[in-house]
Write a new protein. Structure first.
Length: 80
């Protein structure tokens, strides 16, 4: 019975350590573009369309401005 409890605690500890170490790589890495909105979108579209490895994995359905929906509901948005 002691071996079961020790194994359970060790397994939980190992799982927590692995989750703590891998959590950073599973998050998005946000980088501010040095270009304006239109140029950034154009560059992303160009890169996706010209790269045959990205084309099947990414689909560009158009540019949407999520701030409009927030403003329509009366929310505040930061100016870009």
């Amino acid at each position: 019975m002691v071996k079961v409890i020790v194994g359970l605690v060790a397994g939980m500890a190992l799982t927590m350590i692995l989750a703590w170490n891998m959590a950073g790589s599973l998050m998005f890495n946000e980088v501010q573009s040095p270009f304006g909105l239109e140029e950034t979108v154009a560059r992303i579209q160009h890169n996706v369309e010209e790269n045959p490895q990205l084309r099947p994995r990414l689909a560009l359905s158009g540019l949407r401005n999520p701030a409009k929906a927030v403003q329509a509901d009366g929310g505040n948005v930061l100016r870009s």
